[in-house]
Design a protein around this ligand. Structure first.
Ligand code: NAD
Length: 453
């Protein structure tokens, strides 16, 4: 069976109809579904698929819940929409419970299973280990995988401490010298509007960058009866809103500006100090279905954090991360002001980038923020998807992450963000915690070496 036939199948090959439809459309000279617009004309997209001749990249993934599902989707989808140098194969899925990992492998499209990540890392038929587990497991799995000669994709934040992240970055540097590569999953970088923002800053459209305003606001912990999960246990997660979502803002701000944070002053707060043990989880956290008599356990991380920052090229910034910002669901926002212009982004409106052209050439009468619909074929990543204006979603960032990772591995180059880049984010996280623990004292970020933003 060739790869086009496999593409049309559901897991286990149950659907003959889908197989035939898939092969019909994929057999067209260009991808028919993606290139036809709602007006009937063909769009000038560059939709592609990975050729059957591409050598396989056999993936083993650890963890199969939220990120496990997002990454599975990305590994399955990337070769169907992008021409990759290697063809990802969903080879082995690891989880701790035999029944749950078997069910997840069937649902998410994995060929085999293991109940111990160590067995997955030792397998000869795995070329890359994808780590989708809580932060307390990242260092051990990533280091073992790199030492076993496997490429690694590790979810963020890289680790639960700077010491762990330093060891991971050191092992990754040794592995890279042998052509074995590691990348950290700061997936928001791959949102087309944020990549476009980075390109505009890099191309000088904003002039000299002066200010950065970054917020990441969610509300799933607003309910004081939302159950206690690993995300509220410092020994498993490292920190709360700070590392869970603030880390994305730090990476995105450094990525878009091309600059590194050099120092911070922070406040952290935990509004609900005890939460019910057990209970039903819904989405990330769950809500008030837990009775008053139920046992409660301590929350050992922050619900919210705010900090001010300086960047190495001169800008100043303010950051805010919260899981109790009632009404805000996934408001990952970034605003950057320069001497010539500004950009503003909000993930709740993720297909748009707002741009203000304040340059001397701009017509003063028509000056104002422009809403750029970042779905044109010439925008980052978007030409491989739908006709203009049809929009992308949360899952596309993970697919683009796979595309960039596999492209770099195929070219024998270091993918970004590297573990060294992610170590720098870890140092910012540590500086924020240290500052908050010392009445917001100004705290420099240690060791900027090796960070490429
Ligand atoms: N890039 C992003 O946008 C993004 C979004 C959410 C989470 N994350 C990160 O992804 C990672 C996982 O988060 P999640 O939301 O998927 O968590 P989750 O709770 O939904 O899933 C965690 C999975 O890891 C498994 N697991 C835990 N310990 C394990 C062990 N020792 N061995 C094997 N499996 C183990 C669990 O059984 C579960 O399948 C975290 O590092 C988190 O910060 C990233």
């Amino acid at each position: 069976m060739n790869r086009n036939e496999l593409r049309g199948q559901t897991t286990g090959g149950q659907s003959l109809t889908l197989t035939m439809l898939g092969n019909y459309f994929l057999s067209q000279p260009t991808n028919y579904l993606r290139n036809i617009s709602t007006t009937g004309s063909m769009e000038n997209t560059t939709a592609m698929t990975t050729p059957d001749t591409a050598p396989p990249l056999r993936v083993g993934m650890v963890g199969h819940a939220f990120m496990g599902a997002a990454h599975s989707h990305a590994w399955r989808t990337a070769p169907r929409f992008f021409d990759l140098p290697l063809a990802p194969e969903l080879s082995v899925l690891a989880g701790r419970d035999r029944g749950r990992v078997t069910e997840a492998a069937s649902r998410l499209g994995w060929a085999g299973t293991e109940t111990d990540w160590r067995a997955l890392v030792e397998r000869d038929d795995v070329d890359l280990v994808d780590i989708c587990t809580p932060g307390d497991t990242h260092a051990e799995i990533a280091i073992a995988a790199l030492k076993a000669g496997k490429h690694v994709l590790c979810e963020k934040p890289l680790a639960n401490s700077v010491a762990e992240a330093e060891e991971m970055a050191a092992v990754a540097a040794e592995a890279a010298a042998r052509g074995v590569y590691a990348m950290c999953g700061y997936s928001y970088r791959r949102t087309p509007a944020l990549t476009l923002a980075r390109n505009m800053v890099r191309d000088g459209k904003l002039g000299t960058i002066r200010q950065v305003r970054a917020q990441y606001l969610q509300d799933w912990l607003s309910d004081e009866n939302a159950p206690l999960t690993w995300r509220m246990d410092k020994s498993k997660s490292g920190s709360g809103a700070l590392g869970d979502i603030g880390a994305h803002s730090i990476d995105a701000a450094q990525f878009v500006t091309g600059q590194s944070i050099t120092g911070v002053s922070a406040i952290m707060e935990t509004f609900t100090k005890e939460r019910p043990v057990g209970g039903d989880f819904v989405g990330l956290g769950g809500s008030g279905a837990v009775g008053a008599g139920v046992e409660r356990g301590p929350v050992t991380v922050d619900d919210a954090v705010v900090f001010s920052a300086r960047f190495n090229g001169g800008p100043i910034g303010v950051f805010e991360a919260s899981r109790v910002a009632l009404g805000r669901k996934n408001a990952m926002r970034l605003e950057v002001n320069g001497s010539e212009g500004s950009i503003a982004f909000d993930f709740e409106d993720m297909n748009y980038l707002n741009y203000y052209d304040g340059g001397t050439g701009a017509d003063p009468d028509s000056r104002g923020f422009r809403r750029i619909n970042v779905t044109e074929a010439h925008h980052p990543y978007t030409g491989n998807w739908w006709p203009v204006g049809h929009g992308l979603g949360y899952e596309h960032g993970f697919t683009h992450q796979v595309v960039d990772l596999v492209t770099a591995i195929g070219a024998g180059t270091q993918p970004t963000p590297s573990f060294a880049d992610a170590l720098q984010v870890q140092r910012v996280l540590a500086a924020v915690e240290n500052s908050a623990g010392q009445d917001s004292r100004w705290t420099p970020v240690d060791g900027q070496e090796g960070h490429t933003a």
